[in-house]
Write a protein that binds this ligand. Structure first.
Ligand code: FAD
Length: 373
């Protein structure tokens, strides 16, 4: 049998593609014994599938040559009534991630799906792709690589997308764990004493300003603002503003202690004053040198040691270069070879943007293949 479309990976993008291909012979090869393991754990089991406001600025990576879906299009596919908008305009599934996965599986009723089928190699023979698992060989006119990234290895990930890209001469950008916490260097070991403390910060990283909650942990830094910062950090320094909504001018003549004046957790102020070598005293008694040291609270520069790594990262940043693909995500040099989802060098912040891109990239390929074959 020669398939019209063979999809490697039964995750978010692969299943969405399968569900949107009409009247084609489609086969999904999935390495795991179950489909969509990452969908199930997404959004803490509530699957944050999209966001009211989707903009290319919510992403890092190459330029994409097509419009992302509107959030309403994704909600319509899954049934808008099943989702609730919370936090920063994020849509979560009222009935949990299971519902999202079940909808995707139900809508793949004409797709043949082989579980426990890990693709280990791909070759192109004239106009056909030969796809190899350990025990079998499959033939297809079109091959769509939807095998995701490297994060959460416990869920059975693989690097097949990158191997196929390299084998067919496509470029890869550097791969790194992202949406992940930072480990710290010696100078910032005082962060560890604050394990469990959370505070609102503004982070300046790679010319981006990111606002949100930051959490001190026994390993370093975490929390939504830090996870987002990790998407834009490569190496080197970034800057933390621990008091983004505050101006010393409002308290310059205050007769209260510093720790009473500053709207920050007491444990944090204690540690911060210690590293600045300032005694907790009445604010208006600070001399200019002390005031200068204290003002580091607005622009604390530091270089993370690294990240918590792929085991904790929600996504892999980097991937198959979009410059080697056309606007339908098809290889410019190898017609019939497509890449979608997280395997691409286009990665989103927290907030539903990664599933949103998995679906948007899948629909792009579905529309093209429905029209062209
Ligand atoms: C803890 C966690 C929480 C997250 N929460 C959210 C969230 O709330 N919102 C959001 O937008 N994003 C979230 N994400 C990110 C999101 O889950 C992924 O970006 C998205 O699933 C990527 O879709 P994909 O189809 O590219 O890859 P995946 O969904 O990872 O699917 C890839 C599939 O390919 C299979 N595969 C891999 N290699 C092979 C092979 N060699 N042969 C056959 N099959 C193979 C895998 O088993 C997998 O089923 C979260 C991620 C994690 C880890």
């Amino acid at each position: 049998m020669i398939y019209d479309v063979l999809i490697i990976g039964g995750g978010a993008s692969g299943l969405f593609l399968g569900a949107n291909l009409k009247g084609k012979r489609v086969l999904i090869l999935e390495k795991n014994e179950k489909l969509g393991k990452k969908i199930l754990i997404s959004g803490g089991g509530k699957c944050n599938i999209t966001n009211e406001f989707v903009n290319k600025l919510n992403y890092n990576g190459d330029e994409i040559l097509f419009d992302l879906l509107k959030s309403s299009e994704i909600l319509d596919f899954f049934g808008a009534k099943n989702f609730i908008k919370i936090k920063n305009f994020q849509y979560f599934c009222k009935n949990g991630s299971n519902f999202v996965l079940k909808t995707l599986i139900d809508k793949n009723k004409f797709t043949k799906i082989n579980l426990n089928s890990e693709v280990i190699d791909v070759k192109k023979d004239k106009n056909l792709f030969c796809i190899f698992t350990k025990n079998e060989k499959f033939l297809a006119k079109n091959l769509v690589v939807a095998s995701g990234g490297l994060s959460y290895p416990s869920l059975g990930v693989s690097d097949i997308a990158y191997k196929i890209a390299l084998k067919f001469g496509l470029n890869l950008s550097v791969l790194k764990p992202a949406l992940v916490g930072f480990t710290v260097q010696k100078d910032e070991f005082w962060f560890k004493n604050l394990s469990g403390v959370s505070t609102f910060v503004e982070i300046l990283v790679d010319d981006r300003k990111i606002r949100g909650d930051m959490l001190f942990t026994h390993k370093g830094l975490s929390g939504p603002a830090i996870l987002n910062a990790s998407l834009f950090w490569d190496k080197g320094k970034m800057m933390l503003n621990f008091l983004p909504n505050f101006d010393f001018k409002t308290i310059k003549s205050s007769k209260k202690q510093i720790s009473t004046n500053l709207p920050l957790p007491k444990r944090f102020i204690k540690e911060f004053l210690e590293i600045c070598d300032i005694r907790d005293k009445v604010f208006c008694d600070l001399n200019s040198d002390e005031l200068c040291r204290l003002s580091r609270i607005f622009n604390y520069e530091f270089a993370p040691a690294g990240t918590f790594g792929y085991t904790k990262a929600e996504i892999t940043k980097g991937g198959v270069s979009l410059r080697c693909l056309d606007e339908n995500l098809q290889s410019k040099d190898h017609l019939g070879l497509f890449f979608i989802g997280e395997a691409l060098n286009f990665n989103g912040m927290l907030g539903g943007y990664n599933l949103h891109f998995a679906f948007s990239s899948a629909i792009r390929v579905a529309k093209f293949l429905n029209f062209s074959i």
